[in-house]
Design a protein around this ligand. Structure first.
Ligand code: PAF
Length: 282
């Protein structure tokens, strides 16, 4: 496995691969790998001639009061895991080489960056869309793989790729969970032991909501009222950021629950903000 931290060296390598007719698979990450990241790499490995993983804690997707400095990092362990999972090239740039001091160009997808996570993280999706565009242009992948835990991010990247005609396929892969149902996240290490014990209730609330829909609940208002009560009882140490029912493609809020809808939640614990989601009515 080759480790590269220079964007132009990455682009040269990927251009050569592309001109040889090889398909590059890209898995963009911010590192601190867990089984969710590794499942994305394994999927990409099974399809790609050359597998590129980027490991970059992108500063532009963190607001001033967010957890950039606390974001967990372990580059040596990450490199060893990437090697074990068949990665050909690990891209580990420093912020200074990704963003020139006079960087001035941003990619925005405003209609998909309105509610849900964007409401409390106003600069987040601009940073994500910009860095993902840069990674696409640096690696020229045939396909790129993202996890469905960040469902809004995935929908936004799909729209950006369609709107800007990036010549690649965006692949979404299922959420990987602990045995007790907690969605894997690099931020789970920031949970206190008490929060970690209670955190599976996040998923349990989503499953209960799916049951309420099967049992006849049809309005988002009733569903979220029930879910708020569930979390208040089972996760009293948390603060609900949002629980919303949206169209899974447009991320527009839905008042009624039609055939297919996404229920997405975000909760603040003392030192971590956790997200999860479930597709309803499929
Ligand atoms: O999902 C993430 O880890 C990040 O948002 C991404 C896509 C790597 C962009 O920095």
């Amino acid at each position: 496995m080759n480790i590269i931290n220079d964007p132009l060296a990455l682009q040269r390598t990927c251009l050569n691969w592309r001109s040889e007719g090889l398909v590059v698979g890209l898995v963009p990450t911010m590192g601190y790998f867990h089984a969710g990241h590794l499942s994305l790499m394994d999927y990409a490995r099974s399809r790609a001639d050359r597998l590129v993983v980027s490991l970059f804690v992108n500063p532009t997707q963190f607001g001033p009061n967010e957890d950039l400095s606390r974001y967990p990092r372990d580059p040596e362990r990450d490199a060893a895991l990437a090697r074990e999972h068949g990665v050909d090239l690990l891209f580990t740039p420093e912020p200074g080489v990704m963003y020139a001091p006079d960087h001035a160009t941003w990619v925005e997808v405003p209609t998909l960056a309105r509610g849900l996570c964007a409401a409390s993280r106003p600069v987040h999706f601009r940073g994500v869309a910009t860095v993902v565009s840069k990674l696409f242009l640096l690696t020229l992948p045939g396909f790129a793989v993202f996890g469905e835990k960040d469902f809004q991010q995935l929908a936004l990247i799909r729209r950006m790729v369609r709107d800007l005609n990036f010549p690649l396929e965006v692949v979404g892969r299922p959420i990987v969970r602990e045995a007790d149902g907690l969605a894997l996240s690099s931020r789970n290490v920031n949970l206190t032991p008490e929060e970690r014990r209670a955190a599976p209730a996040i998923r349990q609330g989503l499953l209960a909501a799916a049951d309420w829909v099967r049992g006849g609940v049809r309005t988002s208002g009733e569903l979220t009222t029930r879910l708020r009560a569930f979390y208040a009882e089972r996760l009293p140490m948390s603060r609900l950021d949002y629980a919303e029912i949206v169209d899974p493609d447009s991320m527009e809020p839905l008042a009624e629950i039609p055939g297919r809808a996404l229920l997405a939640v975000a909760l603040h614990m003392s030192r971590a903000r956790l997200i999860d989601n479930i597709l309803l009515g499929d």
